[in-house]
Design a protein around this ligand. Sequence first.
Ligand code: GBH
Length: 473
Amino acid sequence: FMYGEFPAGFSWGVATSAYQIEGGFDQGGRGPSIWDEFSHTAGNIVDGTNGDVACDSYTRYKEDVALVKQMGVGSYRFSISWSRILPTGKIDQINEKGIDYYNALINELIENNIQPIVTLYHWDLPSRLQAEFGGWISDAIIPLFVDYAKLCFQRFGDRVKTWITLNEPRVVAHGYEEKDMAPGTNMRGTGAYQSSYIMLKAHARVYHTYAKLYKPTQNGRIGITLNCDWGEPQSLNSSNKKAAERFMQWFIGLYAHPIYVGGWPRIMRDLVDFKSQHEGRPKSRLPEFTQAEQDDIIGTSDFLGLNSYTSLLISANHQQTPGFYSDRDIETTFDKSWSSSGSQWLKIAPSGIRKVLKWIKREYPGYGSILITENGVSEQIDQTQRFNLYDEVRVNYFKDYTNNVLKAIRINGVNVEGYMAWSLMDNFEWAQGYKERFGLHFVDFKTLKRTPKASALFYKKLVQNNGVPSKSD
Ligand code: GBH
């Protein structure tokens, strides 16, 4: 453990997303999103729930801003629900009540000295755009995403100075590849690559629109948030090391390489082309960028938003069936020494976040600066039992993960500008419903009362001290 402070000016925050906390799914003129549809379809959400009410932050936003304020953090990351301000997804029908909601939220934050960090897209695509042309698999979405983004810049850009285009495009892509996340189109082998290709182009167009039309007067910045967990080679033989490298390229490289270097990662290009040919396809399952597209995407992130939670052990393992995950030719397991959390996919391995940060620095020397936009851990509770607000696991998680961020900064020279804990409060955890809780605040989903867990108090102190300065802290 390294005692000491984070650099002066390091920014601390907490994060949420619209569909996970807002509720008010049919209030104030909001249109439906693919997550309303997905969660309203029987069998999709483990506990049969949905985000209709969630934490009801749509009406309780003032209370939530007060919680953020109480934590002593300087920033709050939230997302805008596209279909709340454009119910059909399109610009010809603006819902002023939706705009009013975000204006009120942003004003409340500013009045309380909290900087808003706004994600434009955290997975809740207006249903209409999925039904009409397949959502993120079609070029048709690009001008519509630009229209939506422009509306946000026009209406909120005088006060919002940090924008994030897409949250975790890899998870959006998962929704086209498989059936367990919205829209669940299950296009195995092509869905993730095709949607990633479109998302990169849409992200770049929004970046340039902001740079050209808004940045000169609004003076903000815009980036993308990528998620990346750490892939540790199972053993240090060269085939496992190469496998771990493929794991990283398929995790973050497919977005970071186009943005920081240009084009798909070499190994992804070669391997998917080779497999596609072997499958007897006329063309590769991985789309090709034109030179103009490739040039348009390079350099389109003023900072890198990073979400990181866990680690996996990677070994080489050849796979026959075509698919985004099987194309990697790997097998993933967990180390027995990593303790578990409330989520099957999330094992506690704090040094992973430092390794991801080091990997990014080495792989993309031009990354500029990294803003950790999410990091956190879950627990499960039995709804019939009283919840233990003393969440020791989360306290230790935050203590050890932030310490590894500190080491990455101090020892490895990674330029990390800030850290946002996921999440302000327990919320709708997508396909896991309300079963897996990531909150610093406990939410009683019957009364919607928010109560700080021990981790909220710990985090507050961490923020106050800008780290853990000495043993006595
Ligand atoms: C982030 O995704 C999201 O940005 C945030 O909205 C979310 O609440 C948070 O993490 C916690 O999960 O259910 O076993 O099939 C992190 C990446 C992608 C990890 C979906 C869990 C589902 C695994 N997540 N994945 S499983």
